[in-house]
Ligand binder design. Structure first.
Ligand code: F58
Length: 837
C-alpha cells in the first residue's frame, strides 16, 4: 500500500481525507464549518433551514468522491450505460435517503445528540423535488435507486422543472392548486454545470443540398435555438460506492435578448425569445388534460431528448472514433412515449450531422432504444397533430414520414391487401387531422417493448399493441414494476426495518427475497405482539400528523383503511366513498351494529382540469364533514382527506395502514406501485384482479388478500352485453340508498345539485363499472371487518404479506431489465481512501 493510500488519500482524486471522513467527529466539524462558511451562521443564530443546508452539504460532500470514482470506473471499464429517458422524476426528499444509503444513520443520530439538534425539524425543512405526477415519475426515482444499488452504470436524463407538481390545499373541501416553489430556498443536492450546455432548435424549415461529394443531404434551419444547461444530482446506491448521475436540463435563451429589437424600441419583442426559451423548463404539466394545443409540452419533450442525445454522443466520442458502435455503449430506455421523439432525433443526428446512410442510421437507432408502456387508457396514448409537428419540428416530421413509408412498404409485402391492419400499424393516424402516434414511433424505433405487470403486458399484446405483437413477438417483454425497500421500508418505517434486521438479517434490504424467513414467525404469539405494537406506533404517528394537518382526531386502535393515489375515475375513489356511506346508513339504521371501528383515509391530487376528479375530492371531504361530526357514528367511523399527497407525506402513511385500497376497474391500472408499498409495510390489500395486484396476490397467497370485483374478461363481457347501470341502481337497495343520500343534499348543506354530475354519471354511464362491482366490494369489506376482529389471523396475514413481497423490490425489476432487455452486468466501484472510518 502506498503512503498516500495508507494516509487515506485516493491517488486519483485529490482531496483531504479527514474532511469527508464518516467519523462522528469529522461530520460534526464539517457540519459546523458548513453552517459557518456556507450559511454564514453560528449555531445559536442558525435557523432550522440553515441547519438543514449545513447537514445536506455535510452529507453531499461524502458522496462526491464516490460519484467521481463511479464516473472514472465506468469510463475506464467502457461498460454499456443505461440512459433512462424520463420526463418525470418524483424523487422525494434526499437527506434521509442519502444518510441511509451511506450507512451513517447511527453516526448521524449520535451527532444530532451531541449537538442537541432536533432531527425531525431539520428533515422537515427539505422541499422535495416533485418533478413528476404520480406512479410513472416515482417509478423512475425507485429505478435510479436500484440502478445505483445494483452497480449498473446509469444516467437519468430529464427536465429540471422550475415548478414541479402543484401543492394541494383543501379549502372548504375543494382542491386548490398552489404553485410549487421547490427551488425558492436553494437546492443543496444539485450541481449546476453552466459549461455543459447544448443548443436545441425549434421551428424553421429544411433545405436540401449536395455535400462535398455531391451526395444529397438535408439541413434543418430552425428559427429558434435555445440552450439546455445541465444540472446534476448524485444518486448513491445502498451500501455501495456506486453513485450514478441524474442529469436534468434547464432551458436558457442563447443570447440574453435581441438588442436590435430592444434598441428599436420593441421591448416586448426583444424579450420574447428569451421568455419562450426559459418557459420550456418552467413547469411540469399535470396529467389528464387534453393534449390539444399543448405545444409547450412537445417542446419540453424534444428539448430534453435533444440535450440528452447530444450529451451521450459527446461522452461516446471521448473515446470512440465514430458512432458506429453507439448502441453497444448506450441503451436508452424510454419511460413511456414522452421521450419517443428521441427516435427521430437520433436519426436526424446520424443522417444530417454525422452523414450516415439511412439503413446504418436506422440500425444504430433501433438497437439503442427500448420502450416501456405504462398505460392502456386510450386517452393517455399520446398523439401529436402533424400540423403542430410541422411547425415545431419540421425535419423530424420528414424523418417520421420516411420511417413510416419504409415500414408500411414492408407491411404491404407482409400483409398484402390487409389495408385495415396497415392503417392500424401506421405511425400516422388518419382522420379529420393527421396525428403522429408516439407509441408506434417508440415501438418501431426500439429493439424491445415492455409492459409493467404481467396482466398489463398480456393486455398490451392482445389489445392496443396486438398487430405489433403479431409482427414482432420476440420484441415484447414483461417487467413487473417494483419499489425501493430503502425509502419505503427502511426510511419510512424504521421500526419495521429494525425488526426485519433482527429476524431476517440486515441484508434483506438488498435481497428482499430473504424476507421469506419471516414466515416462521407467522404463528408466533410473542412476535405477533411486537408486530402489533409496531403497527400501533406507526398509526399513532400518522394520527398525530392527521391531527396537525387536518384538525381531525382519529383513534389509532381503529382499522386504518387507506386509499392514496392520484384521483381518477378509473381508480374508483367513489366506490370507496359509496361503501362509507353504506356503513353510515347501516349504523344510523341500527345503533346496535357491531362493526369494526374504521378510519378511512384518502389522499391524492386531481389534475387541475379534471372536474370530475375534483368533485370526487369534494365528495370525500363532505362525507367526512358529516360523519366526523355525527355523534351517533363518529366513534365508529372517521373520514380523512390527507392533503397534498407527495413523497414526503406518503412516507408515514404506508407503515400506518391496516388495509390498502387497490380497487381500480380490472384492466385499467397498468401496474400500481402504491399496492406494493402498502403490502411491504404489512397492510392487507382489498383489490381487484388488476395490474400488479394479480401478482401480489399470487405471491402472498389468495388467503392473505381480499379479492373482489369483475375480472378483465368479465368487464369485457359486461360492457359488450350492453351495460345498464341504472338496473343495478334500481335493484340494489343499499346502493340506491347510498346514492340517494348524496343526492338528498345531506353532504352538501342541502344543495341537491352539487354532486349530480357524479351520481348521474354513475347511474347512467358508469364507464368504470362502479355499480357493477359495488355488491362484491361491500361483501368483501364485510370480510375485512370480520378478519380484523380476529387479531391472530390478521397479524398472521400481515406478517405473511411482508415475508412474501420480495418480488416487488425495484432491485428485482432492474435485474429483469438488465438480463432480458439491456444485457448489462454490474460495474462495482471501489473507493480506496480511508473515507469510511
Ligand atoms: C402509471 N402511469 C400507471 N402516468 O398508471 C400505473 O399503473 C403504473 O404503476 C405507473 O405508471 C408506473 O408504471 C402514470 O403515472 C402518468 O403520470 C403520466 C404522466 C404524463 C402525463 C400522462 C400521465
Amino acid at each position: 500500500m502506498s503512503a498516500a493510500t495508507k494516509q487515506g488519500f485516493d491517488t486519483e482524486v485529490r482531496h483531504e481525507p479527514i474532511r469527508t471522513s464518516l467519523s462522528v467527529e469529522a461530520m460534526k466539524r464539517a457540519y459546523l464549518d458548513n453552517l459557518f462558511y456556507i450559511q454564514a451562521r453560528s449555531p445559536d443564530t442558525a435557523t432550522d433551514h440553515d441547519r438543514y443546508m449545513a447537514a445536506a452539504f455535510t452529507v453531499r460532500d461524502r458522496m462526491l468522491e464516490r460519484w467521481i470514482k463511479t464516473a472514472q470506473t465506468c469510463k475506464n471499464a467502457r461498460a454499456r450505460t443505461v440512459c433512462y429517458f424520463s420526463a418525470e422524476y418524483l424523487l422525494g426528499p434526499h437527506l434521509q435517503n442519502n444518510i441511509i444509503n451511506l450507512g451513517i444513520a447511527d453516526k448521524v443520530a449520535l451527532l444530532v445528540d451531541e449537538l442537541g439538534l432536533d432531527a425531525e425539524n431539520i428533515i422537515a425543512q427539505e422541499e422535495e423535488p416533485g418533478l413528476g405526477n404520480g406512479g410513472l415519475g416515482r417509478l423512475a426515482a425507485c429505478y435510479l435507486d436500484s440502478l445505483a444499488t445494483l452497480q449498473i452504470p446509469a444516467i437519468g436524463y430529464g427536465i429540471r422543472y422550475e415548478f414541479g407538481i402543484f401543492d394541494q390545499r383543501i379549502e372548504q373541501g375543494w382542491q386548490v392548486e398552489v404553485s410549487d416553489l421547490w427551488l425558492r430556498n436553494g437546492n443543496p443536492w444539485e450541481i449546476a454545470r453552466p459549461k455543459l450546455r447544448f443548443p436545441v432548435g425549434f421551428g424553421g424549415h429544411t433545405e436540401a443540398y449536395a455535400d462535398d461529394q455531391g451526395k444529397p443531404r438535408v439541413r434543418w434551419i430552425p428559427d429558434l435555438v435555445v440552450n439546455g444547461v445541465a444540472h446534476d444530482t448524485p444518486i448513491l446506491g445502498y451500501q455501495v460506492a456506486n453513485t450514478n448521475l441524474l442529469r436534468l436540463w434547464r432551458s436558457e435563451a442563447c443570447t440574453s435578448f435581441d438588442f436590435q429589437a430592444f434598441n428599436s424600441g420593441d421591448y416586448y419583442g426583444a424579450v420574447n425569445a428569451k421568455v419562450i426559451a426559459e418557459n420550456i423548463s418552467k413547469v411540469l404539466y399535470p396529467n389528464d388534460e387534453p393534449d390539444a394545443g399543448k405545444a409547450l409540452r412537445l417542446r419540453q419533450q424534444y428539448f430534453f431528448v435533444a440535450c440528452s442525445l447530444q450529451d451521450m454522443i459527446r461522452l461516446h466520442l471521448e473515446h470512440a472514433p465514430s458512432l458506429d458502435n453507439f448502441h453497444e455503449k448506450f441503451v436508452a430506455q424510454l419511460n413511456d412515449t414522452h421521450p419517443a421523439i428521441a427516435v427521430a432525433e437520433l436519426m436526424r443526428l446520424l443522417l444530417d450531422e454525422y452523414h450516415y446512410a439511412w439503413d446504418r442510421a436506422w440500425g444504430i437507432t433501433r438497437q439503442t432504444f427500448a420502450y416501456t408502456n405504462h398505460t392502456l387508457l386510450p386517452e393517455a396514448l399520446e398523439t401529436w397533430s402533424v400540423d403542430l409537428f410541422r411547425q415545431l419540428l419540421p425535419r423530424h416530421l420528414e424523418i417520421i414520414f420516411e420511417i413510416n413509408r419504409r415500414f408500411l412498404d414492408q407491411m404491404r409485402i407482409r400483409y398484402p391487401f390487409d389495408h385495415e391492419r396497415i392503417a392500424g400499424l401506421s405511425l400516422i393516424a388518419e382522420g379529420a387531422e393527421q396525428r403522429v402516434r408516439m407509441a408506434h414511433l417508440a415501438t418501431v424505433g426500439s429493439f424491445a417493448v415492455n409492459g409493467v405487470a404481467a396482466l398489463h403486458t398480456d393486455l398490451l399484446k392482445t389489445t392496443v399493441m396486438k398487430d405489433f405483437y403479431e409482427l414482432w413477438p420476440e420484441k415484447f417483454h414483461n417487467v413487473t414494476n417494483g419499489v425501493t425497500p430503502r425509502r419505503f421500508v427502511l426510511l419510512s418505517n424504521p421500526a419495521l426495518g429494525e425488526l426485519l434486521n433482527r429476524v431476517a438479517g440486515p441484508s434483506w434490504a438488498r435481497d428482499m427475497a430473504s424476507l421469506r424467513s419471516l414466515e416462521t414467525y407467522a404463528e408466533d404469539a410473542g412476535f405477533h405482539e411486537e408486530w402489533q405494537s409496531m403497527k400501533i406506533t406507526a398509526k399513532r404517528r400518522l394520527a398525530k400528523l392527521i391531527s396537525q394537518r387536518t384538525n381531525i382526531q382519529v383513534d389509532p386502535r381503529s382499522l386504518f383503511d387507506i386509499q392514496v393515489k392520484r384521483i381518477h375515475e378509473y381508480k374508483r375513489q367513489h366506490l370507496n366513498a359509496l361503501h362509507i356511506i353504506t356503513l353510515y346508513e347501516h349504523i344510523k339504521n341500527n345503533a346496535q351494529l357491531d362493526i369494526t371501528p374504521r378510519t378511512f383515509i384518502f389522499g391524492g391530487k386531481a389534475a387541475p382540469g379534471y372536474a370530475m376528479a375534483k368533485l370526487m375530492i369534494k365528495l370525500i371531504t363532505s362525507i367526512g364533514d358529516v360523519i366526523n361530526h355525527d355523534p351517533q357514528v363518529r366513534d365508529v367511523l372517521r373520514v380523512v382527506f390527507y392533503p397534498d399527497f407527495n413523497v414526503k407525506h406518503a412516507q408515514p402513511v404506508y407503515p400506518a395502514a391496516d388495509l390498502s385500497e387497490q380497487i381500480s376497474m380490472a384492466g385499467k391500472e397498468a401496474s400500481g406501485t402504491g399496492n406494493m408499498k402498502f403490502s411491504m409495510n404489512g397492510a392487507l390489500t382489498i383489490g381487484t384482479l388488476d395490474g400488479a395486484n394479480v401478482e401480489i396476490r399470487d405471491e402472498v397467497g389468495p388467503e392473505n388478500f381480499f379479492l373482489f370485483g369483475l375480472t378483465v374478461d368479465e368487464v369485457g363481457q359486461t360492457l359488450n352485453a350492453g351495460y345498464h347501470p341504472w338496473e343495478i341502481y334500481n335493484s340494489n337497495d343499499q346502493l340506491r340508498g347510498a346514492i340517494e343520500l348524496i343526492d338528498s343534499g345531506l353532504f352538501s348543506h342541502g344543495d341537491t345539485d352539487l354532486f349530480r354530475p357524479l351520481t348521474e354519471n354513475l347511474i347512467h354511464h358508469d364507464p368504470y363499472l362502479v355499480l357493477a362491482d359495488y355488491p362484491s366490494y361491500v361483501d368483501c369489506q364485510a370480510d375485512v371487518d370480520t378478519a380484523f376482529k380476529d387479531r391472530p389471523r390478521w397479524n398472521r396475514m400481515s406478517i405473511l404479506n411482508v415475508a412474501r413481497m420480495g418480488k416487488f423490490s425495484s432491485d428485482r425489476s432492474i435485474k429483469d431489465y438488465c438480463d432480458t432487455i439491456w444485457k448489462i452486468r454490474p460495474t462495482p466501484v471501489h473507493i480506496c481512501s480511508g473515507d469510511d472510518t
